[in-house]
Design a protein. Structure first.
Length: 580
């Protein structure tokens, strides 16, 4: 019911159009049900007494009813299509907005493939559910109910005789509908798996070729594809058994009605028109029953998708903002402090990624973070923009706990150059000013020059107007990193986080980038996550992490004397024994 209420919430803005569609549907059902009554009247009052006037008038009324039915059917279809498509659009926008608002912890729960299926396949299934319910899905049960009522009006004894058969048919539909919903949920889950394999292979196509793993990936895809096919076949086989069963039941009802009706007609207890009308009503019931067997998969699929969409829309963000959050007013550099910070990822079984982290970065200073792979460097800097909430302790920006700050106020003061460079389809210029679309062309060029990207950009076919292809495949790793750095510079942040963002450029270019950052960003507080010791030598403070703990901090010369871990890293990269 919760999933249905969510779906009805998306229909509510279009309730007037939905009501019009239902009104047209009611008119359509009424016109359909009038035909057997008119046939009865035509036979008993026109054909049997040989009254040509009744035949002509009744035939004209039947023709008018058919024409009117055609008109209301078109109106119903058009309005239901508009409602269904509008609901699908709003659903996709809501899911997309929800994903955009996810914290990093929320994103960790879903693969890209699973989210893509919810945004596309599941949203489309819910759209079909709405559309079908406003058209055939509501028409079928209303037609059946109307037929049963008119059967009792026409000839109660015959109606009572076939009623048990109709009840069994209705129970069969209910059983199949409830049974199919979990089956369709299983199909959608298998579609998730298939989509994940497909997404990973498309994104990593070059790596697959490089390691000659196309055969193995084909096997993975084939296995996921076979699982999806197998589950889909089971659902279709289950569905296919319902239609013949219902047809058999209705045929029994028609035979019973004709037999009993013939007996009553011979004894003078029923008219030929009544028997024909009863047969027509049973035939009219068969059509929506068979239709419902075909539509049951749409309902089951839509309800299964509604549950899956609710998993996304109903997920609360891990990051809860205060009712009256504070805002950062000072536009200058900001100090950052960690006080007793501990952090563990969800599902890590109590293992802490960080523990007991205490340090202060003064406003305008440069803090380098060094440590072995997996020591917690990227995790530490991800707590500054509050991508995750700390498990213990506190992170202060501008001497205010980040949990007390409005997220937009915090994030607009921070620029991040992540480990994995992400570029968007568009021009080089648009990618550089992605975080600040209003930036002038001169600022874009200045940022590119500071990031040592200006020269290679001018060498591109259209310079700054060159299109960046999907995932930046037409650029080298170093070029993508430099564009990412330029994008951060354009934002003019108070805090700049460089998460191992110069790993793909040579040492000389890296040095020029840091010199340019000093000139362009002035007193900006900088955090440098690095693997290379040469990156951190000039930092105001170096933090040395080991297994999630801060084992040393200080300047380069001080750490050489006091920190065995730092000295070991220095010796391994720049040659043991050279400690000046």
């Amino acid at each position: 019911m919760k999933d249905l209420r969510r779906l009805l919430g998306f229909v509510r803005p279009y309730r007037a159009q939905a009501a019009f569609s239902l009104a047209m549907l009611l008119a359509m059902v009424a016109l359909d049900l009038s035909v057997p009554r008119l046939v009865e009247h035509l036979i008993d009052n026109g054909i049997r007494p040989r009254d040509l006037g009744v035949v002509l008038v009744t035939s004209g009324v039947m023709l008018a009813a058919s024409l009117l039915s055609m008109v209301v059917t078109v109106l119903n279809s058009n309005s239901s299509i508009r409602v269904g498509e509008s609901v699908a659009r709003d659903l996709r926008e809501a899911i997309f907005a929800k994903i955009q608002g996810f914290s990093h912890a929320n994103m960790d729960r879903f693969t890209t493939g699973r989210l893509m299926v919810r945004l596309t396949s599941d949203a489309s299934a819910m759209q079909r559910l709405v559309q079908v319910s406003l058209r055939i899905g509501t028409r079928a049960p209303l037609t059946m109910i109307g037929c049963v009522v008119l059967m009792f009006v026409t000839c109660p004894p015959l109606a009572f005789a076939v009623l048990p058969i109709l009840l069994v048919a209705g129970a069969l539909i209910v059983f199949f509908s409830f049974r199919m919903e979990p089956l369709f949920r299983g199909v959608q889950a298998k579609l998730d798996s298939l989509n994940t394999v497909l997404q990973e292979n498309i994104a990593g196509a070059r790596l697959v070729k490089a390691f000659v793993r196309a055969g193995r990936e084909a096997e993975r895809f084939e296995a996921a594809n076979a699982d999806l096919t197998g589950d889909t076949v089971k659902v279709m086989e289950f569905m296919s058994s319902m239609s013949p069963a219902l047809t058999f039941l209705i045929n029994i009802g028609i035979a019973l009605a004709l037999w009993l009706g013939g007996v009553r007609a011979i004894s003078g207890q029923a008219t030929v028109g009544q028997i024909v009308a009863m047969g027509n009503y049973l035939m009219a019931i068969m059509s929506p029953l068979i239709m419902m067997t075909q539509l049951a998969n749409t309902w089951a699929n839509g309800l299964a998708s509604a549950k899956r969409v609710e998993e996304v829309l109903g997920l609360e963000s891990e990051l809860v903002e205060r009712r009256a959050p504070r805002r950062l007013e000072d536009r200058g550099p900001l100090p950052v402090s960690f006080s007793g910070v501990g952090f563990r990822y969800e599902g890590s079984r109590g293992l802490e990624a960080l523990a007991g982290i205490d340090f202060r970065a003064e406003a305008g200073s440069t803090v380098a973070i060094l440590g072995a792979t997996g020591s917690g460097k990227s995790t530490l800097v991800s707590l500054i923009p509050r991508f995750y909430d700390v498990s213990s302790g506190s992170v202060l920006v501008g001497d205010i706990d980040v949990r007390d700050l409005a997220r937009d106020s915090l994030l607009e003061r921070i620029a991040i150059v992540p480990q994995e460079t992400i570029l968007f389809t568009g021009t080089v210029r648009d990618n550089i000013r992605y975080g600040r679309p209003e930036a002038r062309d001169e600022e874009v060029v200045a940022a590119a020059q500071a990031a040592q990207a200006h020269e290679f950009i001018l060498g591109l076919p259209l310079g700054y107007d060159t299109m960046v292809e999907e995932r930046g495949v037409n650029l080298s790793g170093g070029q993508k990193q430099r564009l990412s750095i330029a994008r951060a510079i354009v934002c003019r942040p108070s805090i700049l986080i460089l998460d191992d963002s110069t790993s793909a450029v040579d040492v000389e270019t890296e040095a020029r980038i840091h010199d340019a950052l000093d000139r362009e960003l002035g007193e900006c507080t900088r955090f440098l996550v690095a693997q290379r010791i040469s990156t951190v030598l000039g930092a105001d403070k170096i933090l040395v992490l080991d297994a999630g703990r801060l084992v040393a901090e200080g300047r380069h010369a001080e750490l050489l004397r006091s920190s065995p871990v730092y000295r070991e890293i220095f010796d391994s990269q720049l040659g043991g024994g050279i400690h000046e």
